[in-house]
Design a protein around this ligand. Structure first.
Ligand code: 5AD
Ligand code: SF4
Length: 440
């Protein structure tokens, strides 16, 4: 069957797409690049904000039209599939296969069944599932924990992905072993909240311990995402600082700098706690690269609250940030109980925040100019006279293509920096793959 999978949303979704893809490979599927060529189109959906939902809706609309012209099987998986909102969309657009984020292992049964196949259960098998290593990839994701036990009032994820379930450490280590054998040099440990790893299973290591275990496996670069500030404990910081393979990059979503708004969001920490975590992180890792998620225009956010977010940004001096306009999601407490702010207010605040982010990213990126950093080159950039890659600190980086003819790890002297990008010259290659450097 000619299959096309379209993935929206976060890295967890990318991982799930890989998982489903490998199941489909074993059933003899052949993958094509566009849905126009496919007999089976599977849409991996995101429900965290309104925009990705709109994208899915319009894609499914096109697919329904296509179904009138020729036989076509349409599937939907991911967070939106788990929600009543998604199921309504699926009914409207005549989706044949619907799998919630906990039911992905059912994909084989789904395409074999000649009827409509919907499954929204959370299945044990998923926790024990071991997807094969992707071919030819230098970077790979490994899921270590699924679900989220927090209840941030704006967030639909606890509903779509259920409570936290940690994967057995033996399985995680086996998956990483296979990735290493396949040539992967960078592994990103994934979860909605990786710092909670092991808390749900007596006898499992905690996240800090897991980091140390993974660090000993001979993979030069280890990253992880996403972290919750409440669970970012001193032992995680110590494990990072003492494990050279763990990259000096932390994504620590703050969401708001105002205690009043943090409380309304039910984030479970105060500004002071967050800043103390940043202080402890910087003390242990002075070269750390920090990024965050921020929501602007949460219901009830005043200009003063927003100023607190701007001032927190200045206090931390983030290297980069993902910034979102608050999007009321049906099924969340904030949708039910709070009045959304006018769009103009939200957009105007976002613009001011983006200005702040650009200033800081420019300033922070300048600190690498003149230094040697390790770049994982993926291949040619859009402008083919450059090769593109990223540093241990996740900075997108360009080097002259002739200096990095093959994908791999290179030592690069940074010559120039913009808010979004580092530019450098290669000074060494390959051996770096086995010698992790404590650089950017
Ligand atoms: N509106 C806007 N942004 C949201 N996020 C999660 N839910 C919403 C929402 N309803 C953002 C948060 C989270 C990131 C993955 O998406 O910042 O950290
Ligand atoms: Fe959503 Fe909060 Fe859980 Fe993150 S920690 S997935 S924002 S509920």
């Amino acid at each position: 069957m000619k299959t096309n999978i379209i993935t929206y949303g976060c890295q967890m979704n990318e991982y799930d797409t890989h998982l489903v893809k490998s199941e489909l490979v074993s059933l003899g599927a052949e993958f094509v690049d566009t849905w126009q060529e496919a007999d089976f189109v599977l849409v991996n959906t995101c429900a965290v904000r309104g925009k990705p939902v709109e994208k899915v809706r319009s894609l499914l609309g096109e697919l329904r039209k296509e179904k009138e012209k020729r036989p076509l099987l349409v599937g939907m998986m991911g967070c939106l599939a788990q929600l009543e909102e998604g199921q309504q969309i699926a009914r409207k657009f005549e989706v044949d296969v619907l799998l919630g984020p906990g039911a992905l292992t059912e994909i084989g049964k789904a395409i074999e069944s000649k009827h409509r196949f919907w499954d929204l259960s959370f299945r044990e098998e998923l926790t024990h599932h071991l997807p094969p290593a992707p071919q030819g990839a230098l970077s790979a994701f490994v899921s270590i924990i699924r679900g989220c036990n927090h209840h941030c009032t704006y967030c639909i994820v606890p509903t779509t992905r259920g409570p936290e379930v940690s994967r057995h450490p033996d399985l995680i280590l086996r998956e990483i072993e296979q990735l290493k054998a396949a040539g992967v040099v960078e592994v990103t440990l994934l979860g909605q909240n990786v710092n909670s790893y092991g808390n749900d299973q007596p006898g499992f290591p905690r996240f800090g311990e897991l980091l140390r275990m993974v660090g000993q496996m001979g993979i030069p670069r280890i990253k992880f995402t996403t972290s919750h500030p409440v669970n970012f404990t001193d032992d995680v910081i110590a494990a990072m600082a003492e494990t050279p393979q763990v990259c000096n990059y932390i994504h620590l979503p703050v969401q708001s700098g105002s205690n009043r708004i943090l409380r309304r969001m039910a984030r479970e920490y105060r500004r002071e706690w967050y800043l103390d975590r940043i202080r402890a992180i910087r003390e242990a890792m002075p070269e750390v690269v920090l990024s965050t998620d921020i929501i602007v225009g949460f219901p009830g956010e005043t200009e003063e609250d927003f100023q607190e977010t701007l001032s927190l940004y200045d206090e931390v001096g983030y290297d980069s940030a993902y910034m979102f306009i608050y999007s009321p999601r049906p099924g969340t407490p904030s949708y039910k109980h709070f009045q959304d702010l006018p769009r103009e207010v939200k957009v105007e605040r976002l613009q001011r925040l983006i200005e702040k982010q650009k200033e800081w990213s420019y300033r922070q990126n300048q600190r690498w100019v003149g230094k040697t950093v390790e770049v994982l080159v993926r291949g040619a950039a859009k402008d083919e006279s450059y090769a593109e890659g990223h540093t241990r600190g996740n900075h997108p980086t360009l080097v002259p293509a002739a200096q990095a003819p093959r994908p791999g790890l290179y030592q690069v002297v940074v010559k120039q920096a913009t808010p979004h990008m580092l530019f450098g010259e290669v000074v060494g290659a390959e051996e770096a793959a086995t010698i992790p450097l404590l650089m950017a």
